[in-house]
Ligand binder design. Structure first.
Ligand SMILES: [Zn+2]
Length: 464
């Protein structure tokens, strides 16, 4: 029968060597070159969860696409579909995914070449159901698999099957083509049962030390890898966390600030939760850390500091904001965009203007301090409508530390020496920002007055 099948490197490893399941899992955890926490990021959590996924694969048949994950033991699951964007979601308890996602492009290429050799034209034109899939931690005790769909599907089954004596189990997710109407009906039913996903992680307790609070927000995490450089095996989520950790150490060592991280391990935190952490901490500064990527843009490099504006400063900034703002729906969250009732309130608007003026001041401070190191892009200060920057009371910037697609930038981002040095530069910029703030009421007022009132952003606020 016509079929294209591809597995991740770890599952091929299992098949080739035929190592008993449990031993293979252990081997992979410690020795798998593609599986180790990469790029010098934080070491894996010490209390590794007991359930481990050791391989994954996808089989594309004519009428059915089957995704499989092999676990060291069975786990309960909840599977459902969501529309716009169309996805299949599998909720699981905390799983240690010791697998790399299969190369779907390769699977589809195999699909084509197999097709040319042996199947009819009708089969060849059969649409591919799965566009992509990802998996990872959503929060404490929660993991998720998200399958992006290229066409409406019927979720035929998603079940754990025993695959041998002992504990190992296989999760099989079978999808068949369905009509749009059928898919929408299933999605509506699933949505009606879901409580909007808010707090994925309890925010860190805020201890009032009297020092200004700085919130560091390492972008992405868990199921959301962010930008990936597959050749270098680098993921944005690890690079941002590694840098944030270093910056935190230096800020705390200065004795001048209280630092709160929106995440300090590899799990997903929703955008609204990140904003909420900043708001509840009464942060004087919120710094979201990211790394950009440009397909085919290996020569494009340099860091950029973004502030909030409704209208993007340029096309690249608009693309960046669209990408960064889509992470919640990519992670399978049902998001709600609630407009606060008092958005047009004059006091609120004044507050917004002032907050944005402080955000600009800090962005300028970073450009001034970091610029001379010649690591910033040609246009280092840009703006766009980033959801994570939208708190009306917290001065917020989003810093793209560099391009993960640029060899030069990636060498920096993965270097401990660079992190140390750049974190020092950031501390200098932060010190300068807080120093000028004290006597900066006049200049803040000037910037605040120059902010176009029509560009006052809509604010995403959680109501509970
Ligand atoms: Zn990012």
């Amino acid at each position: 029968m016509f079929m294209a099948k591809i597995s991740s490197s770890s599952s091929r490893f299992l098949r080739v060597f035929g190592i008993p399941f449990g031993i293979a899992a252990l081997t992979l955890v410690t020795a798998g070159p593609t599986l180790a926490a990469n790029t010098g990021a934080e070491a894996p959590a010490q209390n590794a969860p007991a359930i481990v996924a050791v391989s994954d694969s996808i089989s594309i048949h004519k009428d059915e696409t089957v995704l499989s994950f092999e676990f060291n033991r069975a786990a309960p699951l909840n599977a459902y579909v969501l529309a716009n964007p169309d996805r299949v979601i599998i909720d699981l308890p905390e799983i240690n995914f010791q697998v790399a996602p299969p190369d779907l492009a390769q699977a589809h290429r195999n699909h084509d070449s197999n097709g040319l050799a042996s199947v009819s034209k009708k089969q060849l034109t059969a649409p591919s159901l799965v566009r992509n899939f990802r998996f990872g931690l959503m929060g404490q005790g929660k993991s998720r698999i998200v399958i992006d769909l290229a066409a409406p599907v019927r979720l035929v089954h998603a079940e754990m099957k025993k695959i041998s004596h002992g504990d190992p189990a296989r999760l099989e997710i079978a999808l068949q083509p369905a009509s749009r109407a059928e898919f929408m009906k299933a999605a509506a039913l699933a949505s009606s049962k879901i409580v909007p996903d808010e707090a994925t992680q309890p925010a860190q307790a805020v201890v009032d030390s009297g020092k200004p609070v700085i919130v560091l927000d390492p972008g992405h995490g868990g199921i959301d890898s962010g930008a990936i450089n597959t050749k270098a095996n680098s993921e944005e989520k690890n690079l941002t966390l590694a840098f944030a950790n270093r910056l935190r150490q230096q800020l705390e060592a200065s004795g001048q600030y209280s630092v709160i991280m929106t995440r300090d391990s590899d799990h997903y935190v929703s955008l609204s939760e990140r904003v909420k952490i900043g708001r509840e901490a009464h942060a004087k500064l919120f710094i979201s850390l990211h790394a950009d990527s440009l397909a085919g843009g290996g020569g494009v490099h340099g860091a950029t500091v973004y502030t909030l504006s409704n209208k993007a400063s340029d096309i690249a900034a608009e693309r960046m904001a669209a990408e960064e703002n889509s992470v919640d729906s990519d992670a399978g969250l049902v998001t709600q965009n609630a407009e606060p009732k008092d958005v047009n309130d004059i006091l609120n608007e004044l507050m917004l203007r002032e907050t944005r003026a402080y955000s600009h001041l800090f962005a300028e401070s970073v450009a001034k301090t970091w610029g001379p190191a010649e690591q910033m892009s040609k246009r280092p200060l840009r703006s766009a409508s980033f959801v994570v920057l939208k708190d009306p009371e917290v001065p917020s910037v989003l810093i793209e530390l560099g391009y993960i697609s640029s060899r030069r930038d990636l060498a920096n981002l993965t270097s401990d020496t660079w992190r140390e040095k750049t974190a020092r530069t950031f501390v200098t910029a932060i010190n300068a920002f807080f120093a000028t703030q004290i006597g900066a009421v006049g200049s803040v007022q000037k910037i605040a007055n120059s902010v176009d009132p029509t560009s006052v952003p809509a604010v995403t606020k959680t109501t509970h």
